[in-house]
Design a protein around this ligand. Structure first.
Ligand SMILES: N[C@@H](CCC(=O)N[C@@H](CS)C(=O)NCC(=O)O)C(=O)O
Length: 233
């Protein structure tokens, strides 16, 4: 059976990583039999999760997992899309994975550090917990600075994220799925990133950066969970 290695449940989500959640969403959409197992990115081939295992084949990266399902398992996520919709798919994928993702990292690891430390590292004894967390947070700050977003003020960073979320909400409008009645791979991506924004935070954040401010996006996440029976904690 296919095995999907993802981050363990936390923050009320079956996996608190948008990329792991995307892979779970794709697997649920595929209708294939699989099991998901919590893993450690340090043991993954590219030091990131998710990873799909199919017999002796190992496929890291959520986009490569999608390609693998399409090519090797004949899963048709996007066959119904027009060339224009495929271009929109690539653009919104980049918006989520290369932009909104980093705002989420900033929101989570920098602005809500206490909450994240207790949620993710509660298994580590208290005195060590802060040390481990501080080291990871330092690496994350460096990554944010390298990516560029970390050079802005919190208000500027949140404004970028709010604009991303508004663009998703505006494009979706009152359609059931992003391109209409029939879901596509982009819905797995959008769902994964939006649901990760929706989980509770310990401190206040600008309302504009909250998916909760967009009722059509909240309804969209609920619709996706129901349609694809997304596992809950
Ligand atoms: N391009 C990758 C990105 C995966 C990714 O960034 N995963 C993060 C969690 S959301 C991770 O494994 N981080 C661990 C680390 O960087 O050490 C994909 O699409 O799967």
């Amino acid at each position: 059976m296919l095995k999907l290695i993802v981050f363990s449940p936390a923050m009320g989500l079956i996996s608190p990583s948008p990329f792991s959640m995307k892979a779970i969403a794709l697997m649920q959409m595929s209708g294939l039999d699989y099991e998901f197992v919590p893993g450690d990115p340090r043991k993954a081939p590219k030091n990131k999760l998710p990873v799909l295992i199919d017999g002796n084949r190992t496929i890291p990266d959520s986009s490569h997992i999608q390609l693998y399902l399409e090519r090797e398992k004949q899963v048709d996520f996007d066959g119904h899309l027009t060339p224009e919709q495929r271009a929109v798919t690539l653009s919104f994928r980049a918006l989520c994975e290369d932009h909104l993702y980093w705002v989420g990292v900033f929101d989570r690891w920098i602005m809500n550090a206490d909450y994240v430390r207790e949620e993710f590292f509660s298994a580590i004894p208290a005195p060590m917990r802060k040390i481990v967390f501080n080291k990871i947070q330092k690496d994350i700050r460096r990554n944010l600075y390298g990516q560029g977003l970390g050079r802005h003020t919190p208000d500027e960073i949140y404004a970028f994220g709010a604009a991303d979320i508004k663009a998703i909400s505006d494009y979706l409008g009152d359609k059931p799925f992003f391109f209409g009645d029939r879901p596509a791979s982009l819905d797995a991506i959008l769902f994964a990133f939006l649901i990760n924004n929706l989980v509770p935070r310990s401190s206040t954040r600008p309302a504009a950066f909250s998916v909760k401010s967009h009722p059509n996006l909240v309804a969209y996440c609920e619709r996706f969970i129901e349609r694809f029976d997304i596992p809950q904690v």
